[in-house]
Design a protein around this ligand. Structure first.
Ligand code: GLC
Ligand code: CA
Length: 553
């Protein structure tokens, strides 16, 4: 397998709004990030993925960009950015920018021009269509955050497409001028010295030209397959690669909803000249009761099946990202582990072991290294996220589901769970801000915080630190071949990784009960690389405690 620095890297995702506030306005900012770089250096991460920091009216917290070459006022200035980049580089940490180019904000200059008239030079930067004869939307596509994907614009009496909120109009990638603008902007950032791009919903940039109705699911017609993995997406990415990416030693990761392993080999193949890796969602999806909303846990057997498929099918052919959570997902320990006081720490460590020992580049979402948990929402008013707010309207206010039924789903899956401030210490507001935080701070910060965990050798933090260090010393963690054992176990996730003479056995219990495990003969008496509990692994039969995890080599 070809060796690459980004395959060996551990990536840490920062959601700037909630990371660290430097000036007391309650909103995280760039200076705040700079002030915590030493913490990240100590943890040992190689790369920061920075969620969007560009000018934005914040309809979707920065994923609606109104100016790609300026910094959001709330986050600071371009000088603050340059300083942060320099300080990160001094510590050997690279910075990967979020690139949101499926859509812009409706307050972007291009869109403000585009909507003015049918013959405006920017008209074709976006996707405009006439309504149907009765004046209704051009087709039945639904937007990802609820409602129709079409918004009527009075100015010219036409509809524009927005696969997300109506303040996020989709760019028209068919227009070569749009592609040129995007590539120029990317080049501008690369020349500034950034280290790569995480490409937001990049699998959605090409839409089927005829735009047929989708199959009706829930309330609206599902746009897939007409605007996900669309007909020209690979052509666009190859063009981007040729004109921009290939000129720099950068890391590129495509957020690719609805990607299959087959398609991943094209998006992120070893020699397809598109992206370095995909970021796919199969293991965190498909459990939905109402659209994406549910309060159920995916059964372990199903989870293993999905993850193993990605492990084996991409081996030697393409590269994947490894993650349990991010800014769009609930907290890992609350979703896949057990966030009760008794098991929070062990289960967070177990999940980390399970993920970091797999093939792919691991991502740590801010606070995950502390075992931060979901937020105990008490009322609707506490939600900030447009997706959650819209979901309440779409599912409850419309009478499809009662609030009583929907509430547990919101608690479990709202994106706001991941967006509460990072818990730095046990002072007011968890040390995140001296002002009023823009979103609630999880009250458990008095127990769970970075100050306490960096001081405690046995903390979740130190466990992550150790896993990251192990990755640097054990190429088998990066390049080894994966094989699943005990496929049918409902409690244990067990697999091996093999690279020439080196072999690892990874054993993770997802159960809150004791389980018996028989160590395969070839591993009996082997050294333990890491474990989250006190136990002896030198005999064949081990009784595993709840959420126990260990790795033998
Ligand atoms: C991606 C982002 C998400 C955002 C959406 C629209 O899925 O991760 O936060 O809301 O794209 O840009
Ligand atoms: Ca601030």
């Amino acid at each position: 397998m070809v060796k690459k620095w980004w395959k060996e890297a551990v990536i840490y995702q920062i959601y700037p709004r909630s990371f660290m506030d430097s000036n007391g306005d309650g909103i995280g900012d760039l200076k705040g990030i700079t002030s915590r770089l030493d913490y990240l250096k100590y943890l040992g991460v190689d790369v920061i993925w920075l969620s969007p920091i560009y000018q934005s009216p914040n309809d979707d917290n920065g994923y609606d960009i109104s100016d790609y070459r300026n910094i959001m006022d709330e986050f600071g200035t371009m000088e603050d950015f340059d300083e942060m980049l320099e300080q990160a580089h001094e510590r050997g940490i690279r910075i990967v920018m979020d690139l949101v180019v499926n859509h812009t904000s409706d307050e972007h200059e291009w869109f403000m021009e585009s909507r003015k008239s049918k013959d405006n030079p920017y008209r074709d930067y976006y996707i405009w269509r006439e309504g149907k004869e009765d004046g209704s939307a051009p087709n039945n596509w639904g937007a990802c955050f609820g409602g129709s994907a079409w918004e009527h614009d009075d100015e010219t009496d036409m509809y524009y497409l927005h696969l997300f909120t109506k303040k996020q109009p989709d760019l028209n990638w068919e227009n070569p001028k749009v592609r040129e603008e995007v590539f120029d902007m990317m080049t501008w950032w690369c020349d500034k010295g950034i280290d790569g791009f995480r490409m937001d919903v990049i699998s959605m940039i090409s839409k089927t030209a005829e735009m047929p109705d989708g199959e009706v699911k829930d309330i609206y017609g599902n746009p897939n397959p007409y605007c996900i993995n669309g007909p020209r997406v690979h052509e666009y990415l190859q063009e981007m690669n040729e004109k921009v990416l290939s000129k720099y030693d950068i890391m590129t990761v495509g957020e690719t909803p609805a990607v299959t392993t087959e398609l991943a080999k094209q998006y992120a193949g070893e020699d397809t000249h598109e992206l370095n890796m995909v970021f796919q969602f199969e293991h965190v999806e498909g459990d939905g009761k109402y659209g994406k909303w549910t309060d159920k846990k995916v059964p372990l057997i199903q989870l293993k099946k999905i993850m193993s498929k990605w492990q084996t099918e991409l081996y030697g052919k393409a590269w994947n990202s490894l993650f349990w959570d991010n800014h769009d997902q609930p907290r890992a320990v609350s979703r896949f582990g057990d966030d009760s006081p008794e098991y929070r720490e062990v289960s967070a460590k177990m999940l980390a072991t399970c993920l970091h020992m797999m093939q792919g580049s691991p991502y740590i979402y801010q606070g995950e290294e502390l075992g931060m948990t979901n937020y105990p929402f008490r009322s609707q008013e506490e939600f900030r996220d447009i997706e959650s707010v819209n979901a309440i309207k779409e599912w409850c206010d419309s009478g499809v589901v009662s609030m009583e039924d929907f509430w547990p789903c919101l608690l479990k899956k709202s994106r706001d769970n991941a967006r509460t401030p990072v818990q730095w210490d046990d002072t007011e507001n968890a040390g995140f801000t001296t002002g009023t935080p823009w979103i609630g701070v999880n009250p458990n910060y008095t127990e769970i915080n970075a100050k306490a965990e960096t001081a405690d050798e046995n903390s979740v933090f130190h466990y992550y630190k150790k896993l990251i260090a192990l990755r640097k010393q054990n190429p088998v963690m990066v390049y080894g071949k994966y094989e699943l054992l005990l496929e049918d176990s409902e409690e244990l996730f067990v697999y091996t990784r093999t690279l020439e003479e080196e072999k690892l056995l990874v054993v993770c219990s997802f159960s809150d009960k004791e389980t018996v495990f028989e160590i395969p003969d070839e591993f009996v008496g082997k050294a333990c690389l890491i474990a989250n509990r006190e136990n002896a692994y030198d005999k064949k039969r081990v009784v595993l405690k709840p959420y126990e995890a260990f790795v033998l080599r």
